[in-house]
Every structure is written in C-alpha cells, then in structure tokens.
Ligand binder design. Structure first.
Ligand SMILES: Nc1ncnc2c1ncn2[C@@H]1O[C@H](COP(=O)(O)OP(=O)(O)OP(=O)(O)O)[C@@H](O)[C@H]1O
Ligand SMILES: [Mg+2]
Length: 416
C-alpha cells in the first residue's frame, strides 16, 4: 500500500505496460482511481529483452496514474509470465510425531506448523540451477486415508500429505523485472503469475467451484489456468499470441506490421463462416506495390488459420496435462487477443465446450476503462495486492523470496 492507502500494480505485457491504482471502498470493494497503458517495446513473447525500454514504459504508465491518483508509487505488485515459467504439481508427506501435539486421548493432532512443514516438503523438488519457485499453492491434503481435505489443522492422524501446485520461473527473468521496476523508480512488492491474476478478476466464484479454464490471449503469450474445487490445477504460459496473427497478415499481404495490425483491428474476424465476401476494403500497397481490394472472408481465412492453431496448441497442452476433465463450466477467454470477433464460435468448435468472454468484474471504476479483456491481468494484480495486504513493505530482493513464498501460500489458502 502506498501513501493515502492506495495500491499500485503493473502488468508488463508484450504490447503494453499497464499501471493501475486502486483503493478499498465500502465492503472492501476496490475503487480504481488510475489506469494507464503505454506501448511496450522491451519484451519478446512475455519476457524482457530490453530493460531500459521496459523501465521507460513502466515510468510512462506510472506517471499517468500517479497524476490521476495523486500519489507517488513506491511498492508495486507485478505480473510475471513468459516461456521461462514452468509449473508442476507436487506432493509432500510428513509423519505427525511431535509429542506436544498430542490431544488428550493420546491422538496426534495436526497443527499449523505441520501444514507448513508438509508444504515445505512438497517444495523439495529438484529444480535446475537458475530456476526458483515463485508460488506454492496448496490444492488438497490427505490425513492417513482421508483425502480431499482443504484444511487439516485440528484433525488427528499420523501421516499428512499435501498436494501443491508449484510455479517456477527463471531467476534471470525475475531479476530483469526487478531491475526494470527499480530503474522506473519503484520496488517490486510481489510477483504474481499473470493467469493467476486474470483468474482473480474475471472468473466467478461459481465457475471456480465447478471447474473452469481461463485462457488469456495476449500479444506475445497465451496463458492458461485451470481451476477446480481444489484450487489451481494447472498453469501455463505459451509463447504465442495475437502478434503472430499480425505477422501472418503482414507476410501474406506483403505489408508492414503496423498496416497489418490496423487491418486486423478494423476488419479482422476469426470465424470465416460468419464473414461476408461483399464486405470489401482497400489494402494500401507497401514498398511501391499497388493498392488492392480485399474482403472480410479472405482476411478472416488467414486469421482463422493461426487462431485455430493457437487454440489447438492450448488444447493439446491441457489434454497432455489431464486437465480437460476439470472444465465442467467450460472456458473463459480474456486478454486483448480475445477481442477478435468470432473467437467464441471458433473456441467452441475447437474445444467442444461452453465458452464465454471475460472482462474484469467486481470493481468500482472511476476511469471507465477497465471493462475490457486486456485489463484482466492488471485488475487481477491489484485485487491480489489489496487482498494480500502486508504491513511489512518489503522490497523484492533475494532475501524476500522465502518470505514471499510463505505469504503467497497463506493467500491461496484463504482465496482459492
Ligand atoms: N479488437 C481487437 N481485435 C483483434 N485483436 C486485438 C484487438 N484488440 C487487441 N488485439 C490484440 O491483442 C493483443 C494485445 O493483447 P494484450 O494487451 O492482452 O497483450 P499484452 O498483455 O501486452 O501481451 P502478453 O500478455 O502476451 O505479454 C495484440 O496482439 C493486439 O493486436
Ligand atoms: Mg498480458
């Protein structure tokens, strides 16, 4: 929390850096008091490749929200995604043997410390050098033979097992984010995986309970999260997104990326069946080439081919990880790339599941901007920052890593 009780979060995306400021209103609903995007040029597929360019974009976005919220941002919650993210489910087991935990009848009672200990043991997976755990999200516990427990504290038993979802990132990529934020004049308070943030702002409680997949199609990455009644089952950040669609259009029509993006935004569609051949528009020739005519269906064919491929790669990833069985309430699409008309029909065809588009919900919005899928991540980050209030304003240095893992565990125990 910054001066005046206002939280600040930053989504460092491949196409835009987005900053948000919000303060708790009545009933702890968040009131968004500043939101700003600035073009991002320092990332490739969700990962920073130019620290200074990223720092400049962060500063530009922060300048705007500092002005509108009347604050000076100091500690910020930041999103993390990209190909360097690797997530896995792990299991830890401990024996309940501490005599101080004996209940009156001689049985062994499980304490908070036992839960921390079993989660620690689940974290003991062999990670390659240069990789660290950023989230430890408990899914369920087993006490002796009783499975599917959300909170085993106070139960009696001799063997405690924890299943957790671990999110790991490349240390170098994490450090680059910390450096870029520092160069922009702030400190990283917490990292949160971007699809976890998007889930926080876009999914309903009911969807999460029944089982749902959230797919965030960005410019450079397509992130997915699968949630069941036990919490986070799966997260993944795949290295492709709306930028590929733009590159395809540029390559096929031999026009610039800017022109291609303009065509996509103005006339793009990704479900050719629903387009019209008599909706005709001009395509300006680049590099001395002649102008030409094009119709909506032809443009849509190029876009559909790539979007279909992206969705199939997501589906293959979910299938390979045994996730399709959890999608009882279907899929929710968000992120700027999901704004392409036809996405719901295309996704229904690929996945054969109910599909809806998701925008941030549950905020008071003084900016009148957030009702759009590209703000799913940044609003989720601020929701996370506010729910996960910590009085110690620690900067995200190496010493803070362990403490953060514990705090994040607490957060997920409460919220998922
Ligand atoms: N109306 C639209 N129709 C089609 N595509 C759109 C539309 N609006 C935005 N996009 C595309 O969405 C992408 C940007 O989405 P978003 O802002 O969610 O990405 P990002 O967060 O910057 O990137 P990432 O999360 O991949 O790092 C771009 O490829 C852009 O062309
Ligand atoms: Mg994004």
């Amino acid at each position: 929390m910054n001066s005046r009780g206002i939280y600040v979060a930053i989504d460092i995306g491949t196409s835009k850096v987005c900053a948000i400021a919000a303060e708790p209103d009545h009933d702890d609903v968040l009131k968004v008091v500043g939101l700003s995007s600035s073009p991002s040029t320092g990332l490739r597929r969700g990962t920073i490749v130019d620290i200074q360019a990223t720092a400049d974009a962060i500063r530009t976005a922060l300048d705007a929200i500092e002005l509108s919220a009347g604050i000076k941002a100091d500690y910020v919650t930041v999103g993390i995604a990209g190909e360097h993210i690797f997530s896995l489910n792990a299991t830890g087991v401990i024996g309940i043997a501490d005599p101080s935990n004996r209940s009156g009848d001689g049985e062994l009672k499980i304490s908070e410390e036992d839960v921390e200990r079993v989660i620690e043991s689940a974290k003991a997976v062999g990670l390659p050098i240069g990789r660290r755990i950023i989230h430890v999200i408990p899914q369920q516990f087993t006490v002796d033979d009783e499975t599917g427990l959300r909170n085993p504290v106070g139960m009696t038993g001799r063997r405690l097992e924890a299943q957790v979802h671990l999110v790991t990132s490349a240390t170098a990529s994490t450090k680059n984010i910390i450096t870029a934020v520092k160069q922009a004049g702030c400190q990283v308070r917490d990292f949160i995986l971007e699809p976890i943030a998007s889930a926080q702002s876009v999914l309903t409680e009911e969807e999460k309970k029944i089982g749902v997949g959230l797919i965030d199609i960005g410019a450079g990455t397509t992130d997915a999260i699968v949630m069941s009644k036990f919490g986070v089952e799966h997260t993944v950040s795949l290295p492709f997104g709306g930028n590929q669609v733009t590159s395809d259009i540029a390559g096929i029509l031999r026009i610039t990326e800017e022109q291609a993006d303009g065509l996509k935004l103005k006339f793009g569609h990704c479900f050719t069946e629903d387009t019209k051949v008599d909706k005709v528009f001009d395509v300006k020739g680049a590099g001395g080439r002649q102008d030409r005519n094009m119709n909506e269906s032809e443009l849509s064919m190029y876009i559909e081919a790539r979007m279909d491929e992206i969705l199939r790669m997501v589906k293959a990833n979910l299938a390979d990880n045994g996730m399709l069985k959890h999608l009882n309430s279907g899929l929710v699409f968000t992120g700027g790339g999901s704004k392409i008309p036809g996405i719901v029909s295309l996704a229904k065809r690929v996945f054969d599941l109910p599909v809806r588009l998701g925008s941030p919900i549950g905020f008071i919005d003084t900016t009148e901007m957030i009702d759009s899928p590209e703000y799913a991540t940044v609003t989720g980050l601020i929701a996370y920052a506010a729910k996960f209030q910590s009085e110690d304003k620690l900067g995200y240095d190496t010493g803070a890593l362990r403490r953060m893992a514990t705090k994040v565990t607490e957060f997920f125990k409460k919220n998922f």
